[in-house]
Design a protein around this ligand. Structure first.
Ligand code: KG4
Ligand code: ZN
Length: 372
């Protein structure tokens, strides 16, 4: 059995997990900083790195404790090298390097986006469904920091029973990530942070055809690229045009006074319609471009991963559209959709089998690319 400790600190979660053989989760500990950043409506990088520094040691200890392991029992230490916030990444990378060096264990560098892709493979393996997955796979990684489309292929390793995975980037957002658009629209409407879950919930009570947003004009971009800054600006204009500002300010004030009370009864119908229309536009765009890539690259499966993959409408549309095409679609559970370290340990396992270890000079890279 190969037991890998994964460490993740690329954004606002300090996470550590022990995963055996790429799919048996022994522990998966996450210390979230959501409360710390909530009052700013987004992640404040300085605060994030300071909180990682405070949490990294207890979080790693707790992951080993829950796994019932001593550090000496680990076979390797895996860490997110990038992309992400540089100050945050450096905390995880420095700690993982020091731990690997002091224990004389191999160190494995993992790309955060590769982690999101392996979250799906990890759960498929847990359910005994790994053999159902055929390649190439089109993967949409969609979160607060990323919106990217990859074609994933794999080939058997010559040296061991495992695979080498390859990633080809075929599209990405030219401006905001989809989750970022959710968060900014929520902030604009006084709905708090993070925006995705609250908009997802409220959108069910609105009319998604109330407002038709202009589709982004991406003529000169690649067919699978995305853009979400236009829709955010359009929402800002509608708030002014439709006189929603007073309601937004009243809601923001009430949220400050009573943060625990649900927002449901203080969101008027025009705002609910705006949210439902926004959500439909974003989700349909994500689905349309991903499925176009799935058709064009003859995908045998579709993966959707990252925080926004928790969205209920997104899941519904992908399930329906993939059923029409006869292509299976896989989402991680909500717990493994958002940032976690189990996905980092899982992504490290094929590298462990291939003996792809990082040197002691490993450095964090805020814009580390995945694939070509
Ligand atoms: O993967 P993640 O935890 O962190 C990043 O790497 O960014 O994703 C967080 C993002 C946030 O922008 C949040 O608003 C969004 O995922 N999100 C959602 C939902 N749940 C979380 N967006 C839409 N619908 C949801 N249900
Ligand atoms: Zn992420």
């Amino acid at each position: 059995m190969t037991r890998i400790l994964g460490i993740e600190s690329s954004c606002d979660e300090t996470a550590a997990a022990v995963v055996a053989d790429g799919h048996r989760i022994f522990s998966n500990v996450i210390s979230s900083q959501i409360d710390l950043h909530a009052k700013y409506g987004g992640v404040v990088p300085e605060l994030a790195s300071r909180a990682h520094l405070e949490k990294i040691v207890p979080v790693v200890r707790e992951a080993c404790r829950q796994a019932g392991l001593e550090y000496a029992d680990l076979d390797a230490i895996a860490v997110t090298q990038g992309p992400g916030l540089i100050g945050s990444l450096l905390v995880g990378v420095s700690y993982a390097k020091a731990l690997a060096w002091s224990l004389a264990k191999p160190l494995i560098a993992v790309n955060h986006l590769e982690g999101h892709i392996h979250a799906v493979l990890l759960e498929a393996a847990q359910k005994g469904e790994a053999d159902r997955i055929e390649f190439p796979v089109v993967t949409l990684v969609v979160s607060g920091g990323h919106t990217a489309l990859y074609i994933v292929t794999r080939e058997p390793l010559a040296s061991a029973a495992g695979y080498r995975y390859s990633y080809r980037l075929v599209g990405h957002t030219l401006d905001d990530a989809a989750g970022e658009a959710y968060d900014k629209v929520a902030k604009l409407l006084g709905l708090g942070y993070p925006g995705g879950p609250v908009i997802d919930r409220l959108a069910h009570r609105g009319d998604p055809s109330a407002i038709v947003f202009t589709r982004p004009n991406l003529k000169r971009a690649r067919p699978y690229d995305f853009s979400f800054s236009g829709i955010k600006t359009a929402v800002a204009r509608l708030v002014e045009r439709d006189g929603l500002r007073e309601e937004v300010e009243a809601r923001a004030a009430r949220r400050r006074a009573e943060p625990e009370r649900p927002l449901d009864e203080v969101v008027a119908q025009p705002t609910l319609d705006l949210l439902a229309s926004f959500q439909r536009a974003v989700v349909e765009d994500l689905a349309e471009r991903t499925l176009a890539a799935a058709d064009d690259f003859h995908a045998r499966a579709v993966f959707v991963s990252g925080g926004v993959a928790a969205n209920s409408l997104l899941r519904k549309i992908f399930v329906e559209e993939c059923a029409i095409r006869g292509v299976p679609v896989f989402f991680p559970s909500v717990a493994l959709s958002t940032d976690n370290a189990a996905m980092i340990a899982a992504a490290a396992y094929p590298k462990f089998l291939a003996r792809e270890f990082a040197g002691r000079d490993l450095n964090a890279d805020a814009s580390l690319p995945l694939g070509v």
